[in-house]
Design a protein around this ligand. Structure first.
Ligand code: GLU
Length: 309
């Protein structure tokens, strides 16, 4: 097996040298300001080591990667009942599409498209104020990342709110079908804020450990979720984690992963590693160009694909 530290170092060098980087998300004005010439990678391994390269310590907006954490919390709260509110099939549609919602009577296809994530947030809101739920999400992120400096970027949250017309439409649509139980502005307020959590690659790789290691934090006597639940969240990340680019990501990389329009991707090599990559330039599906490419190289070099070596 090749040496992981040299593989990671080499990937960072290759990525940094590339000109083809896609486009920074511009529909959230605050994200459009992020310089495109950045690339970071962090790999947390089974023996408790974190190998980093490039801009691995720079905080970025995790955006839709936060949906993995809210899904974890919602499953903890209501268990399998969640699936009466949200499906678990790939959508094959863009992250903010409203078309499918109409056909399927307001029930979102999966927890990782925007409509699904807003419905998951609504589940977390039951009996709570938005501020409490946001506190719970942030505490969970800090706990799994083992880092109290994980925070919400209020500028990004405000920017999302000001331009979130499509998300507002999705939420209203679901409210009309009674898929949302709480006030639309509560669900959206918490959603915009959890998408605006910032983490560095190092923090994100730490936060993903419980998914890579059967629900546990390796080296510690801490069980975050059951191994069955971790396996199922990983299955959803594999099938739905990259919107209408999920099939291509599985084909090229072969790992469960969740991307965000901030340019981050959290990927999981079960039993081997929790991996975070970040580069703000996106492909037309909203997935990081260099992030996906870096994971493709890494999974190949380390023979980590879940489909075999
Ligand atoms: N907050 C973003 C939105 O709702 C999340 C999208 C993403 O990261 O894919 O538009």
């Amino acid at each position: 097996m090749p040496n992981l530290a040299s593989v990671v170092g080499e990937i960072a060098q290759r990525m940094t040298a590339r000109d083809e980087r896609g486009k920074v998300a511009s529909y959230i004005p605050e994200l459009a300001k992020v310089p495109i010439d950045q690339f970071g990678i962090a790999v947390f391994t089974a023996d408790g080591e974190t190998i980093v390269a490039g801009d691995a310590e720079v905080p970025f907006s995790i955006q839709s990667i936060s949906k993995v954490f809210t899904l974890t919390l919602a499953l903890g709260k209501v268990g399998d009942q969640l699936w009466t509110r949200v499906g678990r099939e790939p959508s094959g549609n863009p992250f903010n599409s409203i078309v499918q919602l109409e056909y399927e009577k307001g029930k979102p296809r999966n927890p990782f498209i925007n409509a699904g994530a807003i419905a998951v947030t609504d589940v977390l809101l039951a009996g709570h104020e938005p501020r409490e739920v946001l506190g719970e999400i942030l505490r969970f992120c800090r706990f799994v990342a083992e880092d109290d400096s994980v925070a919400i970027d209020e500028h990004v949250a405000r920017s999302e709110k000001q331009t979130g017309f499509l998300n507002t439409a999705l939420a209203n649509y679901m409210k009309a079908f009674k898929v949302l139980e709480n006030p639309v502005d509560h669900a959206l307020g918490v959603y915009f804020h959890h998408c605006s959590i910032t983490m560095s690659c190092r923090q994100l790789a730490m936060a993903g450990r419980y998914l890579a290691f059967s629900g546990r934090l390796p080296g510690k006597d801490v069980s975050v979720i059951s191994s069955e639940r971790a396996r199922r969240i990983n299955a959803l990340m594999l099938t739905c984690g990259h919107y209408d680019g999920s099939g291509d990501f599985a084909f090229r990389v072969g790992l469960p992963g969740k991307s965000g329009v901030g340019g981050g991707i959290l990927a999981v090599a079960p039993g081997e590693a929790s991996i975070a990559v970040w580069s703000p330039g996106l492909d037309p599906h909203g997935n990081s160009v260099l992030g996906s490419l870096a994971l493709e190289h890494l999974a190949k070099a380390m023979r980590w694909s879940v489909f075999g070596d």
